[in-house]
Design a protein. Structure first.
Length: 421
């Protein structure tokens, strides 16, 4: 059994002596179960960085290894800095950035020292790329025997598609999302969010937590490989497997209520849009009473949940007829009073504008997205603000024991990216 350092939940290290940059860590008052855990992040775009954002928000010390051009999320639209997009301001919070040339002997040596000092290593390189980059468990385990190693890619490594590129759009097409949209009356389109990337990112964070818990109990490291294709099939088929799950199949796949072309927000008399969900019998009764359609309460088709599900199109049309006889506020108030789940439709701009604001020390004011980490208040400022590309290279190298002169030489030779404000 491999001995390892104790994991002290909630401990916030004193980094007051760290080199001063805009992302220098500061103490936080909320619960940080991963404080003291070091994560080495060799991921890119959204999936991996979203997963490590969750870990960082839980207190982990995440060091991101980047190429000289920077992670793609740095250039996903405009931002306050050429290498810090609006996406990056939140996705890279509580992280450090170092630019390394991993193809050079000196860059590899630095990387190996980082691995030896890390509790967790995460990557979203495909299997062939992992081997060429020498970041497989066999490569890294000798450097840190109890390393929690997690990789996420498009497909299972035993699949014929193991080394195929798999972006969010590709996985949506491969796992039934496009077909589900078309069957619900929409054009055959992808969901307008990076749902596969973000679900897989959450699974990556879970895999790290499971690995740390296993190590806490046994002292042993773990090797975990996640496949976006399998994760998204599991995600979609929770409800949409439905009557196609038993053998023999009772019907085609798909959950009828969610596939109803009538499932949409209700238009009110003043043009507003309101969403309701009459899931239980008392919800149904509340809406019918609002519309004074009491005869429907005795209709055998709507007595049971299964009956209402089988006649969902007709019910949705009836709910629309009820809504259009009320103003938006009257309908919302009536539903709330009747115990019917309800909310007026708000715009994406409304949601963004409602976010709490904070001030990045150098990049200005911005809006903070909520954390998926448990116990983090919505308005909690990050310990570290999102770094500019390579901003923390010198800080990281000093911690590894390099001198200022050695760091200058590494920067001059291009092994380590030189931070430029």
């Amino acid at each position: 059994m491999v001995k390892r350092r104790a994991l002290v939940s909630g401990f916030v290290p004193d980094l007051s002596t760290s080199p001063s940059t805009c992302s220098t860590e500061k103490p936080m008052s909320h619960y940080q179960p991963l404080a003291g855990v070091k994560v080495l992040d060799l991921t890119a775009v959204i999936m991996g960085p979203f997963g490590t954002q969750i870990l960082a928000d839980m207190g982990a010390e995440v060091t991101v290894v980047e190429t000289p051009v920077g992670d793609a999320n740095r250039h996903m639209g405009k931002g306050p800095h050429p290498d810090v997009s609006g996406v990056t301001l939140n996705l890279m919070r509580n992280k450090r950035s170092i630019v390394l040339d991993l193809r050079s002997d000196e860059g590899r040596a630095i990387f190996e020292k980082l691995v030896a000092e890390s509790d967790v290593f995460v990557t979203n390189l495909r299997p062939g790329s992992r081997e060429r980059a020498r970041v497989t468990p066999d490569d890294l385990r000798p450097l840190r025997p109890d390393l929690v190693w997690v990789a996420a890619a498009g497909y299972d490594p035993s699949s014929p598609n193991a080394d195929a590129a798999a972006y969010d759009d590709i996985i949506q097409a491969a796992t039934g999302f496009v077909d589900t949209n078309e069957r619900s009356g929409l054009p055959p389109v992808m969901a307008p969010i990076l749902i596969a990337d973000k679900v897989s990112g959450m699974a990556l964070a879970q895999a790290v937590l499971a690995g740390l818990f296993h190590r806490e109990r046994t002292g042993e490291g773990t090797d975990t490989v996640l496949a976006m294709y399998d994760l998204m099939r599991a995600f979609l088929l929770v409800e949409h497997g439905a009557e196609a799950i038993p053998e023999p199949q009772l019907s085609q796949a798909g959950y009828p209520r969610l596939l109803s072309a009538e499932r949409r927000p209700l238009r009110t008399s003043d043009g507003g849009l309101v969403a309701i969900l009459a899931y239980e019998r008392h919800h149904f009764e509340g809406l019918i009473r609002i519309g004074s359609r009491l005869e429907m309460l005795e209709d055998e088709r709507f007595v049971s949940r299964l009956g209402r599900l089988n006649n969902i199109d007709e019910l949705y049309r009836e709910y629309q007829r009820i809504a259009e006889t009320h103003t938006t506020q009257d309908f919302v108030d009536a539903c709330a009073a009747a115990g019917v789940p309800v909310h007026e439709v708000v715009t994406l701009n409304d949601v963004t504008s409602s976010l709490p604001m904070t001030d990045h020390p150098r990049l200005g004011r911005y809006r903070m997205t909520p954390s998926l980490a448990p116990g983090v208040p919505v308005d909690a400022e990050p310990r570290r603000f999102a770094p500019v590309l390579g901003e923390n290279g010198r800080e990281v190298l000093l911690e590894l024991g390099y001198s200022d002169d050695e760091i200058d030489e590494l920067e001059n030779s291009g092994v380590v990216g030189r931070y430029r404000s």
